[in-house]
Design a protein around this ligand. Structure first.
Ligand SMILES: NC(=O)c1ccc[n+]([C@@H]2O[C@H](COP(=O)([O-])OP(=O)(O)OC[C@H]3O[C@@H](n4cnc5c(N)ncnc54)[C@H](OP(=O)(O)O)[C@@H]3O)[C@@H](O)[C@H]2O)c1
Length: 257
């Protein structure tokens, strides 16, 4: 049985709902996704960990992609062109996601991207927007972001930190850009990106004034939370057509975000 993740994740799907999965990228996340998928009685039809051929997707219902920033666009578009639904959690390729989504729509395919599959982080996204809208009128508070990840992580800041930063900047009129490190003007949101040991992922949004400080923080305790979320997203995506985010899966914001 899977660990608890949302009310229905505990219920192992019946055999008719079991999927033939492809794992594109078989590093730390790919291997964790495999364990979670097998626990839920899905089968792994194909594993790619480097260059791969579209023909190997024959018989695959859905691909789960956790590879590298420079490989994600090609991996996702190969799945879409082969008519295979794809869930991608690779971070660091935000600039190409709109093109992948456009291709998905042109082909009538199924694509779900999430910079973070944890339920807690998706709640943090919602809380961050809520707080930023209220801080828009509080010019005495200066915002900052901090993220900490394991030392193997290739991209900095994390995709989650970028999403938090962009949502905050959109809501707070006095902020207009983010920077890694120190801000040289009040309109610049500083992001501190730390790389330490094997930390699965910690994100904190802080607002400081001269006299008080308010923070929102999420701590991932184990990377299994991301793998379980990716499998949950894959189960949700099966049978749906279009481009989706984790907020659609969790129904936090029915209009999407
Ligand atoms: N969305 C989320 O919730 C979430 C959570 C955790 C991590 N992530 C992201 O997921 C990605 C993978 O993380 P990870 O910890 O699993 O990294 P990892 O351990 O480095 O694994 C990535 C794997 O992809 C392989 N790879 C390289 N090029 C490929 C290609 N063209 N096609 C298929 N596979 C290829 C790599 O092989 P080689 O080592 O031989 O190059 C490696 O085994 C990162 O971008 C990370 O930030 C997202």
């Amino acid at each position: 049985m899977g660990r608890w993740i949302g009310r229905w994740y505990r219920i192992v799907p019946s055999d008719e709902l079991a999927m033939n999965l492809a794992l594109i990228g078989y590093g730390k996340m790919g291997q964790q996704v495999e364990r979670c998928a097998l626990e839920r009685r899905h089968s792994i039809q194909m594993i790619a960990n480097g260059q791969w051929d579209s023909a190997s997707l024959k018989g695959v219902d859905l691909a789960i992609e956790f590879s590298r920033p420079e490989a994600a666009f090609e991996n996702v578009t190969k799945c879409l062109r082969a008519g295979v639904a794809v869930v991608s959690g690779t971070t660091g390729w935000n600039d190409k996601i709109p093109a992948a989504e456009m291709l998905c729509n042109e082909l009538g395919g199924s694509f779900l991207f999430a910079s973070n599959f944890s339920i807690g982080v998706n709640l943090l996204f919602a809380l961050n927007k809520w707080l930023a809208e209220r801080m828009n009128g509080q010019a005495g508070f200066a915002p900052e972001l901090q993220e900490t990840h394991h030392k193997h992580k290739l991209d900095a800041p994390s995709g989650t930190a970028i999403r938090l930063a962009e949502d905050l900047i959109q809501a707070v009129d006095r902020m207009d850009q983010w920077v890694i490190g120190h801000a040289t003007a009040g309109s610049i949101l500083p992001i501190e990106a730390k790389r330490e040991g094997e930390v699965p992922g910690t994100h904190r949004v802080t607002y400081r004034s001269a006299t008080e400080e308010l923070s929102l923080q999420h701590v991932a305790k184990d990377r299994v939370v991301f793998a379980e979320g990716a499998v949950m997203a894959a189960e949700w995506l099966m049978g749906r057509t279009g481009c989706f985010r984790m907020s659609d899966v969790l129904n936090f914001n029915p209009k999407g975000s």
